[in-house]
Design a protein around this ligand. Structure first.
Ligand code: NI
Length: 190
C-alpha cells in the first residue's frame, strides 16, 4: 500500500500525452494500480489517472460506492482501464460541476457528452467494453482526458464558473435562504 503524491496543475507532467501500456499482468502494472486506488481513496476521490502520480502511462482507475450520506448520488463501478478509447454515442453536451485532485479545493462547470461507449483492457489484458451515461460517462471522460494532458478547466466554456468549493457552497446556501425583506426606505419614491 502506497499513497503517492498527487501532482497539481502547473506541473508539466500533467500536460503530457501518456504512452500506451505494452506489458499486461506485470508486477509493475499491479503496483501502479494499487498505488492509484490507495491514493484515490486516501483523498476521497472518484477517480485518478496515472499521470497524476507522475507515471505517464494510459491507466485510469475510478469508482463511486453507495454513500448513506448521499442516497441520491449516482454510483459508478470500481474499474481499472488500461489503454482506454472513448466513442461518443450521444453528442448532446451536459454541464455539471467537477473537481479534480490536481486542482484541490476548486470546482468548475464542465460540458461533457451525455452518453459514451468505452473500450479498454483490464490489468491482465482482457478486453472491457461498456456503455455509460450521465455521471458515469462524465467520470470516464474526465479521467481519460488526463491521459491526453487535458485538465477540466481546459474544457470549460466560461471560466467565471470556476471557483473554490468553500466559496461556491457559501453562495449556494445564500441562494437557498429566503430573500431578506426589502426595507421600506429603499423602495423608490413614486
Ligand atoms: Ni482529475
Amino acid at each position: 500500500m502506497a499513497v503517492r503524491e498527487v501532482l497539481k496543475m502547473g506541473n508539466p507532467l500533467l500536460l503530457r500525452v501518456a504512452r500506451p501500456v505494452t506489458g499486461f499482468g506485470t508486477p509493475e502494472l499491479e503496483q501502479l494500480i494499487t498505488d492509484l486506488f490507495d491514493t484515490m481513496k486516501a483523498q476521497d476521490g472518484a477517480g485518478l489517472a496515472a499521470p497524476q502520480i507522475g507515471v505517464s502511462l494510459r491507466v485510469v482507475v475510478f469508482g463511486v460506492e453507495a454513500n448513506p450520506r448521499y442516497p441520491d448520488a449516482e454510483t459508478v463501478p470500481t474499474t481499472v482501464l488500461v489503454n482506454p478509447i472513448i466513442e461518443v454515442l450521444d453528442r448532446t453536451l451536459e454541464e455539471d460541476w467537477e473537481g479534480c485532485l490536481s486542482l484541490p479545493g476548486l470546482r468548475g462547470l464542465v460540458p461533457r457528452y451525455r452518453r459514451i461507449r468505452y473500450r479498454a483492457f483490464d490489468p491482465q489484458g482482457r478486453p472491457i467494453e461498456r456503455e455509460a451515461e450521465g455521471f458515469h460517462a462524465r467520470v470516464v471522460q474526465h479521467e481519460c482526458d488526463h491521459l491526453d494532458g487535458i485538465l477540466y478547466p481546459f474544457r470549460m466554456r466560461d471560466l467565471r464558473q470556476l471557483g473554490f468549493e468553500s466559496e461556491l457552497e457559501r453562495q449556494e446556501q445564500r441562494e437557498d435562504a429566503p430573500a431578506p425583506p426589502i426595507p421600506e426606505a429603499v423602495t423608490p419614491p413614486r
